[in-house]
Design a protein around this ligand. Structure first.
Ligand code: PLP
Length: 357
């Protein structure tokens, strides 16, 4: 449970990679800075990703790297960010960064944003005159919703804040500005003593957490809101759907009413940071027996076995950093490396793979 003042740290960051990839070169962490009059700081003009690299017996392995970078490219396209980076460039840069970091596991944060051309400054809302800057950083990140959360589950509330409407801010783009909405949801939850908030969409149906997708288990059926409920098309969500299908568990995309949360047998969040985190209460109403349910545990177990490289995934989900060939970098910094193409290249929009009826 979180303190009511909302100041409690909810993350552990034991280590930060001391280099950052910037527009094709590696620079020192301390040099990765922007001007305070950059467009992004005033108008929220950024898109980003959150990716995890797991420790395996064959060294660090990035989970669904190509899918994350494809979503990054999709977000950039939606916001008309005309940049030169290809999927392969971004994947290679990530692998090189992890190799340079020497970290066995980490969280990776690519970001593309509108900055400031100091020679020809532009300060208006119109983003086009502002140059784009692309960075990738990495740090070691602990369990997002707390160490015990994975087993014990978390206490959450339904937020008074709604998720974005589809024709105001597109939830399917992972833009920095969307996270102002997420911050309202998160702050309200923390200040009221909850670990996380669940937002409803503008029609009143369940959408998602401030940084996670949500799943509901009723009997032996697993349900999750569709993309039309203003959710981010989560890569972990897609992984859960595919894991359920492999385990023979029925999984469906359905609009979900708020009240269904209170009578669900099990609930859990999915997300890169949160991984698979059980929800043990909503608005102080116990979910099922008030702890992690058996179907959640089964899915969680398979998910963690896959991320540790201990079990084959339904697709080629791991990019092994040590097995991925990298061209040598020279003093100018970045030379694109060839990433072993071992990821599932299914287009991101095929994420609606769950059965519908
Ligand atoms: C709002 C929101 N929804 C869902 C997710 C889960 O997406 P993913 O599984 O791709 O990390 C995230 C995390 O990135 C998020 O911020």
């Amino acid at each position: 449970m979180y303190s009511k003042d909302g100041n409690m740290k909810d993350v552990k960051t034991p280590r930060i990679c001391d280099v950052v990839w910037h527009n094709g070169e590696f620079i020192n962490w301390n040099d990765a800075r922007v001007h305070v009059m950059s467009h992004v700081l005033h108008y929220g003009s950024s898109i980003f990703e959150g990716i995890r690299c797991y420790s395996t017996t064959e060294g660090p392995a990035v989970f669904r790297l190509r899918e994350h970078m494809q979503r990054f490219l999709n977000s950039a396209k939606i916001y008309r960010m005309d940049h030169p980076w290809t999927l392969d460039d971004l994947c290679s840069a990530t692998v090189d960064l992890i190799r340079r970091s020497g970290m066995d596991q980490c969280y990776i944060r690519p970001i593309l944003f509108r900055s400031l051309d100091e020679a020809h400054p532009a300060f208006g809302v119109n983003p086009f005159p502002n140059p784009l800057a692309c960075y990738i950083g990495a740090w070691d990140w602990g369990k997002y919703l707390g160490d015990e959360a994975i087993e014990q589950g978390v206490d959450v509330c339904v937020s008074t804040w709604n998720r974005l409407t589809p024709n105001s801010m597109p939830a399917m783009a992972k833009s920095g500005a969307n996270y102002m909405n997420s911050q309202l949801i998160k702050m309200e939850a923390l200040l009221n003593g909850f670990a996380e908030g669940i937002a409803l969409d503008d029609r009143g149906y369940v959408s998602e957490g401030s940084g996670e997708n949500i799943f509901l288990v009723t009997g032996d059926v697993v349900l999750t809101p569709p993309l039309s409920s203003s959710i981010l098309p989560g890569i972990t969500r897609d992984s859960v759907i595919q894991i359920c299908q492999e385990l023979g568990i029925t999984v469906k995309e359905r609009t979900i009413q708020r009240a269904a949360l209170y009578v669900a047998d099990e609930l859990f969040f999915s997300g890169t940071a949160a991984e698979i985190t059980p929800i043990r209460s909503v608005d102080r109403i116990a979910v099922g027996q008030g702890g992690r349910g058996s179907i959640t545990e089964k899915i969680q177990k398979v998910f963690f076995e896959i991320t540790k490289g201990e079990r084959p995934a339904p697709g080629k989900w791991l990019t092994y950093v040590n097995e991925t060939k990298s061209a040598p970098t020279d003093h100018n910094g970045y030379t694109p490396a060839k990433v072993r193409d071992d990821s599932d290249t299914t287009p991101i929009l095929s994420f609606q793979t769950a059965a519908k009826d």
